[in-house]
Design a protein around this ligand. Structure first.
Ligand code: CTP
Length: 473
């Protein structure tokens, strides 16, 4: 074999080769599996292309395994899938020539040769094939110099890029995604075609676009992809709020930093600390409220007061537009955006126990994530400044650890709930319930009363007098 496979993979490919031989079908390994093997990357699933009926091949291959795996297939597309050996996925497709209609994603599919099939694939590095045929088993078939492009770290289309992107405009995002994941460059002609064709991304479903965005964000250095998306103009179409962060304005000789590139750096810093994709989204969005809150104040320079609140409010709309989940993941991202200035404000002055308790209470179980985001938010080029901030954060962390040790705030709930307040005063959900509840919480967090039921109950009775409420039980 021209690629290095494990014993288990060789065992599986052997069975596929025997099944193909018995049906008299020319068969090849193709796509990401071959590419990743040549790069020495981990592989998870394999694509098989055969010249002929892929569903028949998958069915024959399934018969070579015990227990026999289920064959799932799409008759219309002529594709099939089986899962063997506890989780190794194999996709089968018949070699084809394809031509897409300009305004839709429905291809005219006509059976073709291996070379036709390779030619219609997205990039030279994804068109590499390995023969599974007796006559040249294991030989690499590389008509578009994909191997050279792998060594040159280059993304390039096998056809004229305008044709390749016209066949499936999502490939523009795929080019950028592979460049980001693999740390490759996009060939200038291919990149130029993306710039020329950006508007065609509009025919692609948001789910497919966001899938690529998530893959870019999950890469070791997501800034590569976001910068490419920005440079070629795709970001302006798919995520305009992020583009609004661009630029550094000057007035009276006073400038502010370019918040787009600052954000990219924060995302990279965070990616070096955490794999959590939702925390990475929080990094992307942490300053998203800055354009809307930007002011120039005489004597102060540029300010972005309240950008964390405005940014937090923008999160649900952005998630909805990108078709990201509108569930606790979104609420987590919103919370991180809203809280991202809190730890830094604690490093400025004398830190009181009550300020620390409030931070622990508001961050709750997400305290560690918040601290990681804040540490990633330090992007100064002045290394003394960076050191000072990091030292301050270490101090905040230490104080938080001490206060948490004593007060156990992170998973704490006040001893009196809204339900208890309603029962005590015989009232329905209303403003006084919320105000009394918050007042009890604040009194405990600020250390005015001890964290006990009795103290909280006595405080509740006092506070309730402001609303002319008397206990009924
Ligand atoms: N392909 C393509 N055009 C697309 C999608 C896929 O030409 N829009 C081809 C490529 O040859 C690709 C193969 O189909 O290698 C499999 O696609 P996919 O599973 O999406 O990508 P992989 O290359 O396997 O990479 P990954 O699993 O990392 O997404």
């Amino acid at each position: 074999m021209d690629i290095k496979c494990s014993e288990k993979e060789l065992f599986i490919f052997n069975k596929i080769a025997r099944a193909a031989e018995s049906l008299g079908l020319e068969t090849y390994l193709i796509g990401g599996f071959v590419r990743d093997k040549l790069l020495g990357r981990e592989t998870k699933d394999a694509d098989i292309v055969c010249v002929g009926d892929a569903i028949a091949l998958a069915t024959e291959v399934a018969g070579h395994f015990l227990p026999r795996p289920t064959v799932s297939y799409f008759k219309n597309f002529g594709t099939a899938h089986i899962r063997v050996d506890d989780g190794f996925d194999i996709e089968f497709v018949g070699a084809r020539k394809e031509s897409y209609h300009y305004h839709s994603r429905n291809p005219d599919v006509v059976p073709g040769t291996l070379e036709d099939d390779q030619l219609r694939r997205d990039f030279s590095i994804n068109a590499l094939a390995i023969s599974l045929n007796i006559k040249d088993y294991g030989r690499l078939i590389d008509p578009f110099n994909g191997r050279e492009d792998l060594s040159a770290k280059m993304i390039r289309t096998p056809l004229d890029p305008l044709q390749t992107f016209s066949d499936d405009p999502l490939r523009m995002m795929r080019a950028i995604r592979f460049a980001t994941q693999l740390d490759f460059s996009i060939h200038p002609v291919t990149l130029q075609a993306i710039k020329q064709d950006i508007n065609r991304i509009k025919i692609i479903s948001q789910e497919r676009i966001t899938d690529e965005l998530n893959k870019i964000l999950a890469a070791p250095k997501p800034s590569i992809g976001f910068d490419l998306l920005y440079q070629c103009g795709l970001l302006h179409i798919i995520f305009p709020q992020m583009v609004d962060l661009e630029g550094a304005e000057y007035k009276d000789g006073v400038g502010h930093k370019d918040n787009f590139y600052h954000t990219l750096q924060v995302v990279d810093n965070l990616a070096a600390r955490s794999e959590d994709i939702w925390l990475r989204w929080a990094a992307v969005l942490h300053d998203i409220g800055k354009p809307a809150t930007k002011r120039f104040e005489e004597g102060h320079g540029w300010t972005f007061h309240g950008h964390e609140v405005v940014g937090g409010r923008m999160v649900p709309g952005i998630f909805a537009r990108l078709k990201l989940p509108l569930n606790e993941k979104m609420r987590f991202v919103r919370k991180m955006v809203e809280l991202h200035l809190r730890p830094i404000s604690l490093t400025k002055e004398n830190i009181t126990d009550s300020a620390i308790r409030r931070l622990l209470y508001d961050a709750g179980g997400d305290y560690e994530s918040l601290m990681q985001l804040c540490e990633a938010d330090i992007t100064s080029k002045n290394k003394w400044k960076v050191k000072r901030f990091l030292d301050n954060f270490r101090m905040v962390r230490q104080r938080c650890a001490e206060v948490e040790e004593n007060d156990r705030i992170r998973n704490w709930q006040p001893p009196i709930t809204g339900e208890m307040i309603m029962q005590t005063f015989g009232i329905k959900p209303s403003r006084p319930v919320g105000e009394i509840k918050n007042a009890i919480r604040d009194a405990i967090l600020d250390g005015h009363i001890p964290n006990t039921y009795d103290a909280a109950y006595a405080f509740m009775l006092e506070k309730a007098k402001e609303f002319k409420l008397e206990p009924v039980i």
